[in-house]
Structures are given as structure tokens and as C-alpha cells.
Design a protein around this ligand. Sequence first.
Ligand code: FES
Ligand SMILES: [Fe+2]
Length: 408
Amino acid sequence: MATDPPGRGVTLGRTERDPDESWNERRADVDVGEILEELGRYLEPDAEELSLPPAAFTSSALWEVERERVFGRSWVLVAHADELTETGAYVALSVAGEPVVVVRGEDGVLRGMSPVCRHRLMPVVEEGSGRTDVFTCPYHLWRYGLDGRLVGATYMKRNPAFDPSACRLPRFAVEEWHGFVFVNLDASAEPLGPHLRRIGEDLAHYRLPELTQVAGWTEEWHCNWKVAVENAHENYHVMGFHPETLHPTTPGGAETTVRADSPWADSMRVRYATPLEPGVLDLTEEERAHLYGFFVFPSGSLAASGDMVIWLSLVPTALDRTTVRGGILMPPAMIEGQDRDAVRKEAEAYAAVINGEDRRGLEAVQRGAASRFAERGHLSPKEPGVLLFYRSLARALLSEDADWPGPL
Ligand code: FES
Ligand SMILES: [Fe+2]
């Protein structure tokens, strides 16, 4: 006789329901074709300004399409180069469930690789960051150099079919842009730099290549990555989520303009309640009057605010889990003569407050998205960036071309 695991088969009214089963799973049977069709409407000229279908945040079928068409071929911001200056410095993370490591080689070159061992699939490095001379697989101790080549495998000499010289970790594409490190699982992806040309021009006075990372963090948020990314694309929410921290300087109703440069790049400009005082950087009056947000689809963002640039990357590890990596950058002159540790602690404490406000709010949104009563909502004119994100998302998900997004 089959026995149900404890808690199964509880009868609620007339519906038999598993109390362990989340709403997320119950939405899994929504037809992915229907979601894609609805997303396609964002690309029509008179598209209705509506939020995503709630199932877009909970559908495991859509998640599989995103893994392939979004994260399988886009440039994902993973680190700032200051974290990867030393030989052997690495950052390891999951990009939509795909283990990835980016490491500085002995030749000074940054490489992106799959850390999945060529023997029997153990990742040779745990998620996180650090420094190493060699990646040793914890399972049977095969060893790989920083370039991914196998440098040692115990007790393998007596297998004549095994050719150690042909054994290496697969490569991903890596691109560094003004100190920001991006990885693309598609090793033949077209370069990112040309897509960011206008953003680079906008940021010229912020002197990105000279900035120093003074603080960094990695957090895990319990929400779908799109809940976090759409939130980053608007300032409208600061009155709700950040009433005491951000709202006084960039009010939720502040004048907001956006610009799309390419399916991979867009930006947003928000007027400060009061312009910033002149600082270390030689910024124009216009620059001191605005907060600038820049987005690299799907998950990277930068915010330039006077003498400070904050980067944030919202990378999914699973359908309802998002890794939030970020850092605060400043001109070296700002921190000269100061206790670096004290600067780091203060910057990290500031980021933890803002991130905590967003995390708590967005985890609640994820619960809302899973409600049976959730529906699409109308967007405000104060959140035009959200629509730009939806359009990039629709283009990525609906394009079957191998060379997406195509030349500029
Ligand atoms: S799985 Fe890596 S050495 Fe066996
Ligand atoms: Fe926020």
C-alpha cells in the first residue's frame, strides 16, 4: 500500500491540496507560450503600460526559457576588478543555476570558466570569493591551474583512454569595462563594450577607471530576479521602501527620464530635491543635480551620485532566489589619509540599510506574485524604466537568433 508522506493529502474544502506545495509550484503549469505572447506585446508600438503577468515571477517553465535565452547568452556583471587584482583572485557564483568562476591568471588575464570537475561533476570551488594557486577538486583531488588546464589527477596513469593534456575546464567569455567585470556563458558572444559607448560618455566625469572599491557585499534575496531588476529600474518606490533614507534626497515623485541605447543598455536620470555640493570630482551643475542609473541587461546596474558610484548585480540562482552582489566606489582622493577599514564599515553599513529595505519589500512582492488573486497592474509615468526592462526581456526571450541581440 502506498503511504503518503506526512502532511500530504490534506483536504481543504473540496480541493485536495498539499500544504508543502508552494504557490510557486502551483503556478508552474501556466502555459509558457501564453506568458511569452503577453511579453511580446511590450514590443508593439502602442503597448499597454502594464506590469508583467504574475506568472512570469513564478513559472518554472519560463525560468527554463530564461536560463537559455537570457542568462545563457548575456553579459552578467559579476565583480569589480578591485576584487580580482591579485594572481589567483577569484569570484565564484551561480548564474541562473550554472556554476561560474572568474579568476585572474598567472599571465594577468581574467578568465571565466565552468568549475564543474571533468571527472565526476563536483564544482572545484565553492561559491564566494578568495585567492588560490590551483583549484583542487574536493572529491578525488584532481587539480586545475588558473587557466583551467588539468595539472594533476591522482591514480589516473593506468587508464590509457585518459589524456590529461586534453582535459580542461570549459571557458566562458569575460569582458572588463571601466573596471566592471562581466561574464557571458556564450563564449562566442558579441562584445559588450560597443553597447555601453553612450553610458561611458555619460559617465566620463565620474572617472570610472580611477575609482576604488571601498566596500562590497553579497546577499541572497528570496525573490525572482525580475522582481529585483524591475525595482532597480524605478525611483517611484523610494517613498514606500526608503522613506527616511533615499526619499528625502530623490523623492519618489522626482522628475525621471530614461533612455534606451540597445537591448543590453539603458539608463535613467532622477532629479535630486536639492543639487549636491561640489565635491572631489569635477562634475557639471547638471550632474550634481541628478542621480544617474545605468543598466546592463539582464542584471547589472550602476548608480552615479556625486562622488560615489554604486554597482549592483541581481543574478538569479534559482526561480525564487537572487544573489545580490555589489560595491561602493569612490575617487582615491576622497579616502586619502582615512582609515580604510572605518570607511569600509561605514559604507557597508549604509548599503546594508538600503539593501535591507529593498530585500524585505521585494520578498513580500514575491509572495504577492504567487497569490491566486494576483493580476497585472497599470504602471505609473514615474516608472518608465520598468517598461524598458520589460522590452529588453521580451526581445531576449522571443529571439531565437543565435546572434541576438545583433549588431547595433
Ligand atoms: S569529481 Fe573532481 S576529482 Fe572526482
Ligand atoms: Fe530601492
